[in-house]
Write a protein of this length. Structure first.
Length: 105
């Protein structure tokens, strides 16, 4: 099944728009997961979570594995949010361009 270039934005139906949205969301989640994995490896190659827990000012006892997990989740959320904002910023000019084309028609 081949794909054809879309020349008119009105050819998209609601199902296609949802599919495109979920595909882009999945891409952002997957790329942020891979980036978080690399960031976690680099960060925890330099810093031991058990030592960071000893010098922290909070009194919660976190062992090494919990530190790795919390660090990974933090890096994943941070990477996902930056990827999401980047996607929104990249989509804005196309949206404004499409609106201006519709107004001219």
């Amino acid at each position: 099944m081949g794909t054809r270039p879309v020349t008119d934005q009105s050819q998209f139906n609601e199902r296609q728009i949802k599919r495109i949205f979920y595909r882009r969301l999945g891409t952002a989640v997957w790329v942020s997961f891979l980036a978080a994995a690399v960031q976690t490896m680099i960060f925890f190659a330099q810093f031991d979570p058990a030592y960071l827990n000893e010098i922290a000012s909070i009194t919660i006892s976190i062992d090494r594995w919990q530190g790795y997990a919390l660090g990974f989740v933090f890096f994943w959320l941070f990477s996902f949010i930056t990827g999401l904002f980047c996607g929104v910023i990249m989509a804005l000019p196309r949206t404004k361009l499409a609106q201006s084309i519709r107004q001219e028609s």
